[in-house]
Write a protein that binds this ligand. Structure first.
Ligand SMILES: [Zn+2]
Length: 327
């Protein structure tokens, strides 16, 4: 139990810094051998705030992660429709006619940006909507990307909870512009939720400390984990699809090189993901003689009940999968 003490001290500080309504408790794993993907943050309800007299704002959000963050900031003042289905790949998505209708009816459209959901531009144009469009990654410091189509930076910034705090502030500000009377509610909920993000960040650091430093090497399906690696001290030694975009294809030479790298670096697992087929990852793992962990939740939330149907759930699920595979 001793290893929890420094963490609890930091947590106590975090609790002093955030509102009392956002009290967070941590449930330690039952035993070090526990392999279940149980959440390790206990989340209490955020401050409710006042309902909106005219009924909730109608919000169209592009991805499940964006939609969840809008619900966290907006509470009962918002009614959020998610365009991207659970487990779907935002890099390779074609909106349907129903999605056009959802955008047409929205009071505000909330997008991610950094080319993750660039299909939203056509969607808004086709709907003829004049609703404001919020881009939640604005002001987030992106990691540089060496791919031409991502010159603005690596889009997968949600893998760093401290960067998500900026996104939550952006959402609260955008909702307040459309619904000024709700501003106190949006600000209070955003502040409390940011307390959870701080607690999540500290808890992930604590979990990752179980992995010996020389084993903190990631091979993922596509290049989605750079922010996680940067924040928590991992090295991304290779990716099955050699790109930030799942639509790229690995050549036979890419595959052969990655098998070499896996063997040379002593990597023990390849992480497949919920949004794409694991076939190539499985083939590569068989060649390299390592295991495939299926599935990390990367660019899309999971189905309700999956444990990864919220952003906080996604991050906890992925952390447990990574820690269990590499420690
Ligand atoms: Zn991606």
């Amino acid at each position: 139990m001793i290893r929890w003490r420094p963490f609890i001290a930091v947590l106590a500080l975090a609790l002093v810094l955030v509102s009392p309504a956002s009290a967070v408790q941590v449930t330690p794993q039952a035993s070090p051998a526990d392999s279940s993907v149980a959440p390790f943050l206990q989340i209490n309800p955020l401050p409710e705030g006042d309902p909106r007299p005219d009924g909730p704002l109608s919000v169209a959000a592009t991805t499940g992660i964006v939609a969840d963050l809008v619900r966290q900031a907006g509470g009962q003042r918002v009614d959020v429709i998610t365009i991207l289905p659970a487990n779907a790949d935002p890099h390779d998505f074609e909106p349907s006619p129903e999605d056009v209708v959802a955008v047409e009816d929205a009071d505000i459209v909330v997008t991610y940006g950094l080319r993750l959901d660039e299909w939203a531009e056509d969607l808004v144009a086709n709907s003829g909507s004049d609703a404001p469009v919020s881009v939640i990654s604005e002001g987030v410091q992106p990691l540089a990307a060496d791919e031409d189509e991502f010159e603005a930076g690596d889009p997968h910034a949600w893998f760093d909870p401290t960067r998500v705090q900026t996104m939550v502030d952006n959402i609260a500000a955008s909702l307040s512009e459309v619904d000024p009377d709700g501003a106190p509610t949006y600000q209070a909920r955003a502040a409390a939720y940011k307390g959870y993000l701080t607690a999540l960040d500290v808890a992930i650091q604590d979990r990752v400390a179980q992995i010996p430093i020389e084993r903190r090497k990631l091979v993922t399906n596509h290049d989605a984990l750079s922010y996680f690696a940067e924040r928590y001290g991992f090295e991304v030694v290779g990716t099955v699809i050699p790109s930030l975009d799942t639509r790229a294809e690995a050549s036979a030479r890419d595959v052969a090189e990655l098998v070499d790298v896996i063997e040379r670096e002593g990597v023990s697992a390849i992480f497949a993901e919920n949004t794409t087929s694991p076939n190539l990852a499985e083939e590569l793992a068989a060649q390299a003689g390592v295991t495939v962990v299926d599935d990390l939740y990367t660019d899309s939330l999971g189905e309700p009940g999956s444990g990864a149907d919220t952003y906080l759930g996604l991050m906890q699920t992925d952390t447990v999968l990574i820690v269990n595979a590499l420690r």
